[in-house]
Design a protein around this ligand. Structure first.
Ligand code: SF4
Length: 223
């Protein structure tokens, strides 16, 4: 995999880059962790645990590309206006409080949506119960499990202009979530301005129209 900045030759020579393998949902193996540690040693890098993944610091861009290629995974480095790595908690059956299988849904969403290009960056999080351990209410698209399905919230952000997501749907079966997210992303692609977060786009154009276009009526949140 070629990292997006590799077309700028002088950067390649002078600057060190944090290289972040895409470890889906933070689910890894001792074998993969050993490979990452060995490659960090081989290229004289250091390691930092960040969220769901491990960043290898102190590498040149060229070495970073070699590391990603040797690991055989996607990279999370330098992804700007796109869907970021999907966050999800253990959920059923691993967590005793879980009401939904957030790992299965999170893996499915990451497989389909990670890296898709958009007007701005977009974060997705899936929690297995209302405890919201992966903070879905400060994500662009967040959801948490209940006994009757998922509650869906949209428009959150923990960035520079922090914003709490608005609950727009409830009692949504896991099987329906991907198609709803496709509708939300289609709306965002069509309406969003460059670098505008999803919540800002909806604030600008109106929540009523957004909800009508993206959330099936049977799942609308009753206030
Ligand atoms: S959000 Fe709920 S299911 Fe997920 S880890 Fe936290 S307590 Fe467990």
């Amino acid at each position: 995999m070629t990292l997006p900045l590799s077309g700028i030759p002088f950067l390649n020579k002078r600057i060190k880059f944090p290289v972040t393998p895409h470890i889906v949902g933070g689910l890894t193996t001792s074998k993969q962790l050993r490979e990452i540690a060995d490659l960090a040693d081989q290229y004289d890098g250091s390691l930092k645990i960040v969220g769901n993944t491990i960043t290898i610091m102190g590498l040149t861009l060229a070495d970073g590309e070699k590391v990603i290629a040797e690991l055989g995974c996607k990279s999370e480095s330098f992804i700007a206006k796109a869907v970021r790595s999907v966050s999800f908690c253990p959920g059923k059956p691993s967590c005793p409080r879980a009401l939904q299988d957030s790992t299965a849904l999170g893996l499915e969403l990451d497989e389909e949506f990670f890296g898709q290009e958009l007007p701005g960056k977009l974060r997705i999080a899936v929690s297995g119960c209302p405890n919201c351990c992966v903070e879905p209410l400060v994500k662009d698209i967040g959801m948490y499990g209940t006994a009757k399905g998922y509650t869906l919230a949209v428009g959150g952000s923990s960035g520079f202009k922090a914003q709490i997501a608005k609950v727009v749907g409830e009692k949504i079966p896991a099987a329906e979530i991907p198609s709803i997210i496709r509708s939300i992303l289609a709306y965002y692609r069509a309406q969003g301005k460059s670098k505008e977060r999803l919540g800002q786009t909806i604030d600008r154009l109106g929540w009523t129209e957004f909800i009508e276009k993206t959330i099936p009526s049977q799942y609308l949140h009753s206030k």
